[in-house]
Design a protein around this ligand. Structure first.
Ligand code: UDP
Ligand code: MG
Length: 310
C-alpha cells in the first residue's frame, strides 16, 4: 500500500483561482507516483461560484473531495473541518490562492522521511503585499514569540506537512477559539522548517482586512498567553506605588505650607489616567471573559452541508 497524502484547501470565494490551483497541485502530486493522494477542498460558505467549480472538478476526479460547510466559518474552522476529514498518513494544509507554492510539497515529504513529524514552511519574503501588512505581520510574530509560552515559529503560516499522529493530536484540541498555527506548534513532536519565497496571490484579493487581522492577532495572543491579564496587575502595582508616593508628598506639603491652590489640573490628570487604565484593563479582562463564555457554550465547531467523493 502506498502512503496517502491529504492536501487540505480552505476556500472562500476562490473561483478565479480554482482551475489553476487544481492544475498545479495535480501536476505536483502526479509527479510523486510513490504516493496516493486526496485533495480535500473545504468550501467555507463562498458567495461566488467556488462550490460549482470544485464540484464540477470532483465529478471528473475522485481524488478531489469536497466538504461544503453550512456557512462561512472563517479560515481556521474551514481548516479544522478539512483536517478532521483527512485520512492521509501525512496531511498538508495549503491556501487556494497559490501563495503557498505546491512545488514545495516534495521537499516537505523528503523531510518527513528524514524522521520529522511536522515540516513547516517559513516565508523568507512575502511578494505582492503592502509594506504595512508586512510590518504588522513582522511585529505580530515577534510580539507573539515574546508573549506565548509555546514556540510559534515566526513568519510561518499554516502551510506545512503533519503526520497522522500530529493530526490526531490537533483533532483532540476541541476548543472553539482556534488559532491553528498555535495549535500545530502546541502539540509538539519533532518539528523542522524549510524556507521558501511567498508568492503574490494568483487572482483575487485577500479576505483579511486590517480589522480582521487585528482580531486574528488577538485570538492568537489570548489563546496562548495570559500576559495581557498579568499586565493589568503590574500596571496596577506601579500606579499604586506612584500614588502612595504622591499622596505622602501632598500630605507633607499641605502640612508644611497649607493648601492655597485648589489643584484642578492634577485632579483631572488623575481622573483621566485612572479612568483610562481601568477601562483598558477591563477591556483586556473582557477579551478573556468573552472567550470563556464562548468556550463554555460547547457548541459544535461547524456544520457540514454536503460531502462529495468521500
Ligand atoms: N479562507 C477561508 N475562509 C475565510 C477566509 C479565507 O477558507 O473566511 C481561505 C482562502 O480561500 C484562502 C486562505 O483561506 O485559501 C487564505 O486566505 P487569504 O488569501 O484571503 O489570506 P492571506 O493570504 O491574505 O492571509
Ligand atoms: Mg492568500
Amino acid at each position: 500500500m502506498k502512503p496517502l497524502i491529504s492536501i487540505v484547501v480552505p476556500m472562500y470565494n476562490e473561483s478565479q483561482n480554482i482551475d489553476f490551483f487544481y492544475q498545479k497541485i495535480s501536476e505536483v502530486m502526479s509527479g510523486l507516483p510513490a504516493y496516493d493522494y486526496e485533495i480535500i477542498c473545504v468550501n467555507d460558505g463562498s458567495t461566488d461560484n467556488t462550490l460549482e467549480k470544485i464540484e464540477l472538478l470532483a465529478g471528473r476526479d475522485r481524488q478531489l473531495k469536497v466538504i461544503e460547510l453550512s456557512r462561512n466559518f472563517g479560515k481556521e474552522i474551514a481548516l479544522t473541518a478539512g483536517i478532521c476529514e483527512a485520512k492521509g498518513d501525512a496531511v498538508i494544509p495549503i491556501d487556494a490562492d497559490l501563495q503557498d507554492p505546491p512545488e514545495l510539497i516534495p521537499a516537505l515529504i523528503k523531510k518527513w522521511h528524514e524522521g520529522y513529524d511536522v515540516v513547516y514552511a517559513t516565508r523568507l519574503v512575502r511578494e505582492g503585499e503592502s509594506s504595512l501588512r508586512k510590518v504588522t505581520a513582522f511585529l505580530f510574530y515577534r510580539v507573539m514569540h515574546r508573549l506565548a509560552k509555546v514556540d510559534i515559529p515566526p513568519d510561518t503560516g499554516d502551510f506545512r506537512l503533519m503526520t497522522r499522529q500530529v493530526v490526531e493530536a490537533v483533532n483532540q484540541c476541541n476548543e472553539y477559539h482556534r488559532f491553528m498555527k498555535g495549535l500545530f506548534s502546541w502539540v509538539g513532536f519533532r518539528q523542522t522548517s524549510i524556507p521558501y519565497l511567498r508568492n503574490r496571490r494568483h487572482k483575487g484579493t485577500t479576505s483579511f482586512n486590517y480589522w480582521k487581522l487585528w482580531n486574528f492577532a488577538l485570538e492568537g495572543i489570548t489563546s496562548f498567553s495570559f500576559v495581557p491579564l498579568q499586565l493589568a496587575t503590574y500596571v496596577g502595582f506601579l500606579t499604586a506605588l506612584f500614588s502612595g508616593v504622591y499622596i505622602s508628598y501632598i500630605i507633607v506639603k499641605t502640612w508644611l505650607f497649607g493648601d492655597p491652590v485648589p489643584g484642578y489640573p492634577s485632579t483631572m490628570v488623575a481622573i483621566f489616567f485612572f479612568g483610562g487604565t481601568q477601562l483598558m484593563t477591563l477591556g483586556i479582562i473582557g477579551e478573556y471573559i468573552g472567550r470563556i463564555y464562548n468556550e463554555s457554550k460547547r457548541r459544535p465547531l461547524y456544520f457540514i452541508r454536503k460531502k462529495t467523493n468521500f
